[in-house]
Design a protein around this ligand. Structure first.
Ligand SMILES: *[C@@H]1O[C@H](CO)[C@@H](O)[C@H](O)[C@H]1NC(C)=O
Ligand SMILES: *[C@@H]1O[C@H](CO)[C@@H](O)[C@H](O)[C@H]1NC(C)=O
Ligand SMILES: *[C@@H]1O[C@H](CO)[C@@H](O)[C@H](O)[C@H]1NC(C)=O
Ligand SMILES: *[C@@H]1O[C@H](CO)[C@@H](O)[C@H](O)[C@H]1NC(C)=O
Length: 549
């Protein structure tokens, strides 16, 4: 052994003279330790790694799988996995440890062929090495997640059973994570239910899986099932953001408040989800409390959190406060700009939105597809047809963004409102996609405003094809007829609506009282105190009438 070391110490790569003095006493373990620390010291670029490889060949250390594994790790740390892989493939008798190291290294990099190479190494495992061990599967399962290939995942699952590793906690955790994130939730649940000892990672993996696909009732049930000493911030957050993403904002906030009551500290992701739920509900009071919470805790407001705060204020109706927050924060990304521009535009402040857009462009911000939706609708509100058309064509020419159907919708709305109905219709016919209900609907509304019966009828015919059950469409046309004094036709359309069994859509509204959001739906009598409510309403009605008299 010591001859090898001397040879190594003579190679240009080795720069540690004291090693030579200790050579007589070294054992294999210390050779490896020494090799690893030398790699750490020198192996930061391809050149020194190549030198190391050279000396490995000269000294014969390249036959040692452990040494090669360390070398592979060093290459992977230095970001040159190709070299590592070529060394790996020349290894005559790789063992399990080396193969695991190779798969693990491949599972960590972000290179185009890494996934398939890792699968190749795994598939050749039996030919190349003796046998996979417990450490193999967690890495392979990570690759499966990256490929999102549930069929391959099932194969790997089967192999864990064959080799008897299906009771190892790491393997089972990997299996649940794999099934949860690759859309095999049923399988994930099966594996989960068979587990005897479950740690928080496993629970959270399954919760995240349910949250991702929006199976929120399952997720909530699982959260309730979870022992409270196991539940952590991540568990709560999975459920809260799951609810928020599936549009069930009031449930998201209920769970959020429960989380606070149980003294679990929310992290940034939780607060983002809670703020977006507040924004969806227009729940200003609770949103403000969350902002105060962030400030009181002295939590650092990352850009994403600040964007959520601006969005919350804008959507809950306080655009002044949204602007204040926007100005008080120096770090702005495209989302920040887009959020404030969208906020201004939806508050009908079209001129301010366009000014903000100019500020953004001057500040070097690059607008994205969402920004354009906001400014096109701002133009539409203000009636700046030419500017809107100019901005629309600049999307492609200046920013390389291909307008999608929503952008065309904005443009058609802009033209329609300005009374340029023929031009709008021409654009619909020349669009690269089929027009949707929103587009025909805005054309119908525009023809209603500008009393263009012919176009209104055409638009309605298209609309009836797309959404036969929407009463609003029939009503628009009926109104158009009656506006023009054509009562018979107006009556006809209303009759047609009844004949097709179209029901009027229920109106809906919500109100926030003491941090709870109550939702009202037209004709809904499911509230337990509905009679009391109606009594009170009648009383109010009477009072209003008597006051008026
Ligand atoms: C392979 O892995 C990369 C990460 O390096 C991932 O982004 C990509 O989606 C994966 N490729 C396939 C085909 O799944
Ligand atoms: C909106 O924000 C402004 C500025 O902070 C504040 O003065 C005002 O009271 C807020 N309005 C509402 C309705 O909360
Ligand atoms: C913007 O583009 C992204 C991806 O390019 C897409 O996911 C998103 O839906 C688009 N949004 C709008 C409003 O067009
Ligand atoms: C319209 O409503 C009828 C019954 O109300 C239903 O059977 C049909 O699927 C609906 N059509 C569409 C396109 O929603």
């Amino acid at each position: 052994m010591w001859q090898r070391i001397i040879a190594l110490s003579l190679s240009s790569w080795l720069l540690q003279p004291p090693i030579a003095l200790h050579i007589r006493r070294v054992s294999t373990v210390s050779v490896i330790n020494w090799f690893v620390s030398s790699l750490k010291l020198h192996g930061t670029n391809l050149k020194t790694l190549k030198q190391a490889h050279c000396s490995m060949i000269i000294t014969g250390l390249n036959r040692d799988n452990l040494i090669v594994a360390k070398f592979v790790e060093a290459c992977s740390n230095a970001g040159d996995l190709k070299y590592a892989y070529s060394v790996f493939t020349h290894q005559p008798l790789p063992n399990t440890y080396l193969c695991n190291t190779m798969i693990r290294a491949l599972s960590l990099v972000d290179e185009p062929n890494a996934n398939s190479t890792a699968v190749l190494v795994y598939r050749k495992f039996w030919a190349l090495c003796s046998k996979p061990d417990t450490f193999t599967f967690p890495f392979v399962l990570k690759i499966v997640v990256r490929l999102c290939d549930v069929l391959f995942g099932r194969q790997v699952h089967g192999q864990t059973v064959v080799f008897g590793f299906d009771s190892s906690v790491h393997v089972v955790t990997g299996l649940i994570q794999m099934y949860s994130s690759c859309g095999g939730l049923g399988d994930a649940r099966k594996v989960f239910d068979e587990m005897r000892v479950r740690d928080v990672t496993v629970w959270n993996a399954l919760l995240a899986g349910y949250g991702k696909v929006g199976e929120m009732d399952e997720a909530m049930g699982l959260l309730e099932m979870m022992p409270c000493w196991v539940r952590n911030a991540v568990s709560w957050t999975c459920v809260i953001s799951g609810y928020a993403k599936s549009g069930r904002a009031s449930e998201a906030l209920e769970v959020f408040q429960r989380m606070l009551m149980e003294n679990v500290e929310p992290d940034e992701v939780t607060l983002l989800a809670a703020l977006s739920a507040c924004a969806d509900l227009g729940s200003l009071e609770l949103g403000e409390r969350i902002c105060n919470y962030v400030d009181q805790r002295g939590m650092k407001r990352a850009v994403s959190l600040n964007n959520a705060v601006i969005d919350m204020y804008a959507k809950s109706g306080n655009i002044t406060k949204a602007l204040e927050e926007f100005e008080s924060f120096n770090e702005r990304n495209v989302v920040t700009w887009t959020t404030i521009i969208t906020g201004l535009a939806t508050h009908g402040l079209g001129v301010q939105a366009l000014e903000m857009f100019n500020r953004m462009v001057k500040a070097g911000g690059k607008p994205n597809n969402v920004t354009f939706i906001a400014i096109l609708s701002a133009c539409s509100h203000v009636g700046l047809v030419d500017l809107g058309k100019c901005l629309f064509s600049s999307m492609r020419s200046k920013y390389g963004i291909h307008p999608n159907i929503e952008h065309y919708g904005c443009l058609i709305d802009l033209l329609g409102r300005a009374g340029k109905l023929r031009e709008a219709e021409k654009i619909i016919r020349s669009m690269p996609f089929e027009a949707n209900a929103a587009i025909w609907g805005s054309l119908l509304a525009a023809s209603n405003v500008h009393h263009d019966l012919e176009l209104g009828e055409r638009a309605l015919n298209q609309l009836i094809k797309i959404e036969p059950n929407n009463s609003g469409n029939y009503m628009l046309l009926a109104n158009l007829y009656s506006d023009l004094g054509r009562w018979d036709e107006s009556r006809m359309v209303r009759k047609m609506m009844k004949g097709t069994g179209v029901k009027k859509m229920a109106g809906e509204s919500s109100i926030e009282v003491e941090n709870r959001v109550y939702r009202f739906i037209y004709g809904d009598v499911s509230h337990p105190r509905v009679e009391k409510i109606h009594e009170f309403l009648q009383e109010m009605d009477l009072q209003i009438q008597s006051n008026e008299i």
